[in-house]
Write a new protein. Structure first.
Lengths: 331, 307
């Protein structure tokens, strides 16, 4: 986890940066003048925590989207490292190649083997390229499916981490059937006989997210978003301009609070004050306990019951109006 | 296809009336479904045979009546004009007779979504203009004497977009198939998910897949027919999940739209990219079927699945 001065600050986080700078100044003054300034420094450090809270308490939906993309935010491999032990990464879809935007493998949760799968973003410029910004190609989804089937065969629960701005919209992706790959995953995840827990840890964009996002329980971390299209693309199509992303983010109701309120996700996972990027250990510990609790519950159900409940859950999603039979004839 | 047609189905997803002339001529027969008397756009000449139509692919001029007799396929270049559920039902069901199912379900603006216009206003406007209740209709009828449930999209209803209503109708159609032990055909023609229903639209991908899982367990055949255009959430769910995936010739089919891909890779797309023939070549379709052979082909398939 980066520490100041290596931290990055979003525009609405600038007041925090200012406080850090004040601390630095005090430290320098203390050094030079040999005066004990620890009280003042402590006050500023408390002020930073206060400020982090104040900022995240009042975020607009668009700012929440920005926070979900914070460059210091932990990604899938970080959560795997902090929550699980004995992780063995498994590569390849056995067909085309190994997609670096999608990772997965066996790991243990408190000594019990599970399959972990997730989109992976890069932590620096070079890695971001390698990971294709978390945008998987069809072979990524097919690798994920291969690992899910492996898990099913050996009766291991599946835990997925969703963090993608979307499935990759490329020429080869279309040639290799991006739509089919996502469709197949959604279909197979609906039917998977083992417990499936989904965690949205960052961006949950559209079919690219749902392609590893169908399960018994969907957990959404506090500062993430999840909806049918990114606010930018939505703005460009419905408003015919790239400048309405803030409004699109509002209209889409894409925050964890909204999604939970609609019953489209099962639980909101709290984050450390100011967001997961402030404390990877704490973020992981909170998430770990949520996963443990849900997994324990899910394991109590028999496989068939679990699949029935899963399908029922998705079948209840949607709102429409039903006209009376005779009234519709009268119209 | 001789000429690459510029495709802008995203525009239809906005639910805006299309003012583009060519688009209007492509869709002129839809006006028949308008409430009240047939209305024509200003530049259309009405003749006893109906309206004139120009083929968007080869510019061949024909009357709507002639075009209808040819099942809306260009006699000169075999271009398959975009048609709606009514036309498909008339083409495939015996004597054009069928029973419509679940037609009392309508979309509502649950989220109070407003882009350039409130979603509810868009819905009200479309409902006042056409008899369509949403972007998908479901019907049961006979195809050369064999019963089949056919769900079919109407592109003119917000670009055939997938929202809660389509998901629910799809679901009930599957239940109907299971109850009556009937095969299921879905004719897709859609720009993708309905953005105005936000994540509720997205979840329809999981909902419809769940229903297909039940249909599969009941060992009933599901045929997915893709027509021009089929994109986004449809191809990323039930559109690509058929026991058989088939398509009309020359249909544009894909996950990401051509505009988005072009902007991403910063290159022009090869000719024929994302057309039915391209998908067949890459292994994602079982076969391509001409509209004129569709009915007999479906009948043949029903028999093959059963006997
Ligand atoms: Zn023609």
């Amino acid at each position: 986890m980066p520490q100041y001065p290596n931290r990055q600050f979003l525009d609405f986080e600038q007041p925090i940066k200012t406080l850090y700078e004040e601390i630095e100044k005090l430290k320098q003054t203390a050094e030079k003048s040999k005066i004990d300034m620890s009280d003042s420094i402590q006050k500023l450090q408390d002020a930073i925590v206060e400020k982090r809270k104040e900022i995240t308490d009042n975020l607009t939906p668009w700012q929440r989207v920005q926070l979900s993309r914070h460059p210091d935010r932990p990604y899938t491999l970080k959560y795997i490292e902090k929550i699980f032990t004995n992780f063995v990464e498994l590569h390849g879809d056995r067909n085309v190649r190994d997609d670096k935007a999608m990772i997965g493998g066996f790991a243990q949760l408190n000594g019990e083997t599970v399959m972990v799968i997730g989109q992976q973003k890069g932590i620096n410029t070079k890695a971001r390229q390698l990971r294709n910004f978390g945008m998987a190609n069809p072979e990524g989804y097919r690798k994920a499916l291969r690992l899910m089937r492996l898990a099913e065969k050996f009766n291991k629960p599946v835990i997925t981490f969703v963090d993608t701005p979307g499935a990759y919209p490329g020429l080869e992706a279309e040639e290799r059937g991006q739509g089919e790959a996502i469709a197949r995953n959604i279909y197979e995840m609906v039917r998977l006989k083992v417990p499936v827990i989904i965690v949205v840890i960052g961006e949950g964009a559209s079919g690219g997210a749902l392609g590893i996002g169908v399960g018994d329980k969907t957990l959404m971390m506090e500062n993430t978003w999840y909806t049918v299209i990114s606010p930018e693309s939505c703005s460009s199509i419905l408003w015919r301009s790239w400048d309405k992303k803030e409004i699109a983010a509002e209209q889409l109701r894409l925050t964890a609070k909204d999604m939970h309120g609609f019953g489209l996700v099962d639980e909101i996972v709290p984050e450390p004050i100011g967001g997961a990027h402030w404390d990877y250990d704490e973020a992981s510990a909170i998430l770990k306990s949520c996963i443990e609790r849900n997994l324990t519950e899910l394991k109590e159900l028999d496989a068939q019951k679990r699949v029935e409940m899963r399908i029922d859950k998705y079948c209840k999603m949607g709102h429409w109006e039903e006209l009376m039979a005779d009234a519709s004839m009268a119209v | 296809m001789k000429k690459e047609r510029e495709e802008d189905f995203e525009n239809n997803l906005t639910g805006e009336e299309d003012n583009h002339q060519e688009e209007n001529s492509k869709r002129s027969w839809f006006k028949r479904r308008k409430k009240g008397i047939l209305t024509s756009t200003a530049d259309k000449k009405e003749t006893p045979e109906g309206l004139w139509n120009k083929c968007p692919n080869c510019n061949h001029i024909t009357t709507t009546k002639e075009l209808k007799e040819e099942l809306f396929v260009c006699v000169k270049c075999n271009y398959h004009h975009r048609i709606g559920s009514e036309e498909y039902y008339e083409i495939i069901f015996d004597n054009s007779e069928y029973t419509e199912l679940f037609d009392n379900i309508r979309s509502i603006d649950f989220l109070h979504f407003t882009d350039l216009k409130p979603y509810q206003k868009r819905l009200d406007e479309i409902h006042s203009k056409t008899d369509l209740k949403d972007s998908m209709r479901v019907a049961v009828g006979e195809i050369n004497g064999e019963k089949m449930v056919v769900a079919c999209m109407d592109f003119e209803f917000i670009g055939g977009s997938l929202g809660s209503v389509m998901g629910e109708k799809f679901s009930r159609a599957v239940d109907y198939c299971i109850e009556h032990k009937l095969p299921y055909l879905v004719i897709s023609k859609s720009g993708g998910a309905r953005m105005m229903e936000s994540a509720f639209s997205l979840m329809q991908l999981a909902k419809t897949s769940g229903k297909l899982s039940q249909l599969s367990d009941a060992k009933l055949p599901y045929i997915s027919m893709l027509t021009d255009p089929t994109f986004g959430g449809i191809s990323a769910s039930f559109g690509m999940l058929g026991d058989l995936n088939i398509a009309e010739p020359g249909a544009l089919i894909g996950f990401a739209g051509p505009r988005v891909i072009k902007e991403t890779i910063k290159k022009d797309l090869p000719e024929g990219f994302q057309r039915s023939e391209f998908l067949l070549e890459h292994g994602f379709l079982d076969f391509i079927v001409d509209r004129k052979q569709l009915k007999d082909k479906l009948h043949q398939l029903i028999l093959l699945f059963r006997n």
